[in-house]
Design a protein around this ligand. Structure first.
Ligand code: LLP
Length: 438
């Protein structure tokens, strides 16, 4: 029976070496995506830069690939910043986001001298201005705005709509107030604006409409304060196909459309074209990744057959959170004919939740206990969102390139779950073992 190969490596052998569940990432695909960013965006538009949004997937090895591919890195927490800096990633190419940054995070960003801090609101601006002055550390900042446009995606992953918790609304008082304060802050240099409309988006309309609205705001800021937006960060959110119902979208579908609108509207408004940047996470890493599971059980019920696997919402919460859809194959017999059974087949995770269904309706050969099930397109927002729910251990992450596989994150062990777990003295076991009943 034919086996599935990923990045040139035999998935059955990967499972024999590294166990299941297993995240497998193909380095060649990640690098090809980075090259596409250079070719279709950076080379096409002279004043431009691009970052990888590390929340999609970050380990030290990933940071090394991103650095090697000459992209910047977007981080949102002390943990992401620490991972990046520990890998040796140049601080000047890091930008920090977040709608509720702590003083510790802002402080670490200033101390490391990262390239940009994207300020999300007035209160953060005050804290940062004070902190930068106290430390005597200069910082270049962008103000995040919410363009008030809702893209066509799951409601939980829209970010730039009206009433969003992210950024400053374009209309009203908050943005002008923030610009005024930022211009007054001695240790801060306001370079421009940032917006991000949402994630897993397949059409460019929301991005383009946001550009149009943001350019109008840039015009008002110039008229009211003489403030010239020298930089504009267009965010990310470009979709990655994880199911036949979704299209494969080239990056240029978004970037060309946004840039054309930007060039046109800046010219019409008498504004100089700002330096533009993008920050894309899923689009770079999602399709490079698969997750390999072992089939533990097949349960045949009247309306449905459940394929129970040894992972689930703990290693991939996306179906439960966003009704995300995935495709799968049996990696140990990829050429077996598909089941002819009319009954629905669902891939069930092993967590104690009815909602832990990885795929509601899958087409596969009739599965057997011991089969290896591969879920495709799991490179983004799986490992980075994984939990230890039900005290499940986090899977290992393996990076493959040209058939060679290396562990970049070790599999957790039950002992790892006890790291930091403490029993208060008053609960310590005393003397003889506790015995059950009479
Ligand atoms: N920039 C900012 C400011 C962001 O908030 C995000 C994602 C990105 C860039 C990158 O978006 P991407 O290109 O990866 O779509 N956990 C969700 C996705 C949440 C994304 C949040 N922000 C999921 O699994 O679908």
């Amino acid at each position: 029976m034919a086996h599935l190969f990923w990045g040139g490596a035999d998935c059955v052998q990967l499972v024999e070496r590294f166990g299941t569940p297993l995240y497998v990432l193909d380095e060649t695909v990640i690098r090809a995506r980075c090259a596409e960013v250079r070719k279709d965006f950076l080379d096409r538009w002279p004043k431009s830069s691009a970052s990888y949004a590390s929340k999609a997937f970050l380990t030290q090895a990933m940071a090394r690939i991103v650095e090697d591919e000459e992209l910047g890195l977007d981080v949102v927490s002390l943990g992401e910043l620490h991972t990046a800096l520990s890998s040796g990633f140049p601080a000047s190419r890091i930008e920090m986001h977040g709608n509720a940054k702590s003083e510790a995070e802002l402080s670490a960003a200033l101390d490391a001298g990262i390239g940009r801090i994207i300020v999300d609101g007035l209160m953060e601006l005050e804290v940062l201005a004070e902190l930068a002055a106290r430390k005597g550390r200069r910082s270049e900042i962008l103000l995040r705005v919410a363009p008030g446009i809702a893209p066509n995606t799951h409601a939980y992953i829209t970010t730039g709509q009206e009433g969003s918790k992210f950024g400053l609304p374009l209309d009203g008082d908050l943005l002008p107030q923030a610009v005024r304060k930022a211009l007054e802050a001695e240790w801060l240099e306001l370079r421009g604006l940032h917006f991000h409309v949402g994630s897993q988006i397949f059409e460019p309309e929301a991005h383009v409409r946001s550009v149009v609205r943001v350019v109008s705001a840039m015009r008002r800021l110039k008229e009211d304060f003489g403030f010239c937006t020298r930089e504009l960060n267009l965010g990310g959110g470009f979709g990655a196909r994880s199911h036949p119902s979704e299209p494969h979208v080239p990056l240029s579908l978004f970037t060309d459309a946004m840039m054309q609108a930007l060039v046109r509207d800046c010219a019409a408004g008498g504004l100089e074209l700002p330096h533009v940047s993008i920050e894309t996470g899923r689009w770079i890493v999602s399709e490079a990744g698969i997750t390999l599971y072992r089939v533990e059980t097949v349960k045949e019920l009247p309306g449905v057959n459940y394929i129970g696997v040894d992972g689930g919402m703990a290693d991939n919460p996306r179906p439960a959170l966003y009704q995300a859809v995935y495709e799968a194959a049996l990696a140990n017999r990829v050429d077996a004919p598909l089941s002819r059974e009319a009954k629905r087949m669902s891939v069930a995770g092993k967590c104690c939740e009815t909602g832990d269904i990885l795929i509601e309706d899958v087409r596969l050969p009739s599965p057997r206990r011991g089969d290896i099930l591969a879920l495709f397109n799991t490179g983004a927002y799986t490992f980075s969102m994984a939990s230890n729910y039900n005290r499940l251990c986090r899977p290992a992450v393996v990076l493959v390139k040209g058939g060679e596989a290396e562990v970049i994150v070790e599999r957790q062990t039950p002992d790892d779950l006890l790291r930091g777990d403490r029993i208060p003295q008053r609960l310590a076991r005393k003397g003889a073992n506790w015995e059950r009943g009479p």
